[in-house]
Design a protein around this ligand. Structure first.
Ligand code: AMP
Length: 144
């Protein structure tokens, strides 16, 4: 897509520091890294929403991410753990409209945090969890 910053990177129209490329996915360093070695894994074909990414491509994204994480762990970069995350849709914080998987190396004392307001188990009794699980399972069956 012509106005997509990641498509421009993939076409070498703007600079990026690539760590990996194959026929399906590419990975480059985030320009505003959470920590050194913060990588973005993207499908080579433009696709905004993760649900619309070709399933085999989605698999390739995670396969590449696992490989890259192993490489980061072997490197000299501090990496005691990592957050892999994908923000899907503006409401979830997606800023670039080309689906991408973040690999953010983490180390103790890095000053970063992952923030969610988790629900109280009292407001989410088993009956409610079961009802939601059934609804999703039913939709999965209809997708199959
Ligand atoms: P998200 O908020 O999940 O959509 O993440 C978008 C990420 O893309 C942010 O972490 C940005 O720092 C990163 N980003 C934006 N423009 C560029 C660029 N030109 N090169 C590398 N990373 C970028």
């Amino acid at each position: 897509m012509s106005n997509c910053v990641f498509c421009k990177i993939l076409k070498n129209e703007i600079p990026a520091s690539f760590v990996y490329r194959n026929a399906t996915v590419s990975a480059f360093l985030d320009i505003h890294p959470i920590n050194p070695g913060h990588v973005l894994v993207v499908p080579n074909n433009h696709c905004k929403r993760f649900a619309d990414v070709e399933p085999s491509t989605a698999g390739e994204m995670f396969k590449a991410a696992q490989h890259i994480l192993k490489a980061i762990q072997k490197s000299s970069l501090p990496c005691e753990g990592a957050n892999l995350f994908l923000s899907d849709g503006e409401v979830a914080g997606q800023e670039v409209g080309h689906s991408h998987l973040h690999i953010a190396p983490r180390f103790s004392g890095d000053g970063q945090h992952v923030g969610f307001n988790h629900g109280d188990p009292d407001s989410n009794p088993r009956s409610e969890l079961d009802r939601i699980a059934k609804e999703i399972s039913r939709q999965l069956t209809s997708l199959a």
